[in-house]
Design a protein around this ligand. Structure first.
Ligand SMILES: Cc1ncc(C[n+]2csc(CCOP(=O)(O)OP(=O)(O)O)c2C)c(N)n1
Ligand code: SF4
Ligand SMILES: [Mg+2]
Length: 351
């Protein structure tokens, strides 16, 4: 029934957020993905996070590549800006858009094929440049759209639906993001909305390169015994280092936590990430320690989830390049053509 358009009328009693929108105003078109696909749960989590954070839909730019995952921006935030790039090229288009207009919230949505194979170089550079964005990989270990070939994130030894064993070592996007300098790094599971929604909210509030790797089972091609991306496998091996509560400055702190069992990380905009520690010795502000802790748990076959690393006061690409504080389309003629004297001064400074 995906050819049916969603009704535009909303029930008048639906709750509205502080900017006057109902949750339904954050939805997109009816999904054409397989029933049960993890990607649809991620779309629902993005909708929930944006509604709860009072994000104005027209202030968001959604960018993606090619794949089932990259189709999903059509299914959320229907009133936002959107750009479906060539396969694996979302990061460079996002970087350019961000440089032209820093006032929008940039949401990059990609797949493990899109980011870890054809787009791996682009992934690396957008992370190391610290582009201010939320970059989500919907990671199912296969190329879902082209019928289930192993992707570069598939674990060595995992089995395809036809029983073929993957001989190759996996690309670990979390390890790469940490090593390349991303300043907010998290992993979650599409089946764990309670963990995923606050992680997305924290990433939206973060200034800098925020990366979330979301394990998102492909029910059509990678949800069988022998797969390490199936619902059953991830539920059995999900090892959360912490649970995160996102606290906005205007909200009361409602989460009940044991004293000493949490750490508060305040971000540049006053939002607080309250991390309820599940691993006593895990420090999400120590990049090197986070890398080795995550690697050690992964070596035991665990799927490590939670906020793995955060640098609360991170800078971004605009800061590094000292760019105009105003979006380029808001610059008037007087700024763009400052006159002969200004040009002469500039030339003199370069001699
Ligand atoms: C340049 C180019 N090469 C190959 C393809 C074929 N292709 C389409 S989607 C895809 C992989 C998608 O995998 P992933 O990003 O993991 O998304 P999923 O469908 O699993 O969500 C490939 C190889 C293409 N569209 N363009
Ligand atoms: S093929 Fe896999 S990834 Fe694509 S929509 Fe179906 S379940 Fe989702
Ligand atoms: Mg995939």
């Amino acid at each position: 029934m995906t050819y049916l358009a969603k009704p535009k009328l909303h029930h008048p009693t639906l709750a509205r957020n502080r900017v006057g929108y109902t949750r339904r105003d954050y939805e997109g078109r009816v999904s054409t993905l397989c029933a049960g696909c993890g990607h649809d749960s991620i779309s629902a989590a993005i909708i929930q996070a944006c509604w709860e954070l009072d994000v104005e839909p027209h202030r968001v730019a959604k960018l993606s590549g090619i794949g089932c995952s990259s189709k999903t921006p059509d299914y959320f935030l229907g009133a936002s800006h959107g750009f479906n790039t060539v396969h694996g090229r979302m990061p460079s288009v996002l970087t350019g858009a961000n440089l032209a207009n820093r006032d929008l919230l940039y949401l990059g949505v990609s797949g493990d094929g899109d980011s870890a194979s054809i787009g791996l170089g682009q992934f690396a550079h957008v992370m190391r440049r610290g582009v201010n964005m939320v970059y989500i990989v919907e990671n199912n270990g296969v190329y879902g759209l082209t019928k289930g070939q192993f992707s570069a994130t598939a674990d060595r030894g995992s089995k395809s639906k036809k029983g073929v064993v993957n001989p190759d070592a996996p690309v670990d996007l979390i390890g790469m993001a940490l090593q390349l300098g991303a300043t907010y790094v998290a992993r979650s599971f599409s089946g764990d909305k309670e963990q995923l929604v606050p992680l997305i909210k924290g990433a939206i509030a973060h200034r800098g390169a925020a990366f979330i790797d979301v394990i998102s089972p492909c029910v059509a091609f990678n949800n069988h015994a022998g797969s390490t991306r199936s619902y059953d496998y991830v539920r059995e091996h999900n090892e959360a280092v912490s649970r995160i509560d996102f606290i906005s400055p205007r909200n009361e702190i409602t989460a009940e936590v044991e004293p000493g069992g949490f750490v508060d990380v305040e971000q540049h905009d006053g939002t607080v990430l309250r991390l309820r520690k599940l691993h006593a010795d895990y420090d999400p502000t120590d990049r090197v320690a986070a890398m080795s802790h995550v690697q050690a748990l992964q070596a035991q076959g665990e799927v490590v989830t939670g906020l793995l690393y955060v640098e609360a006061e991170a800078g971004d690409l605009h800061e590094a390049l000292n760019t105009s504080a105003r979006p380029l389309n808001a610059l008037d003629e007087a700024v763009l053509c400052p006159g002969e004297a200004a040009l002469a001064r500039l030339n003199a400074s370069l001699r």
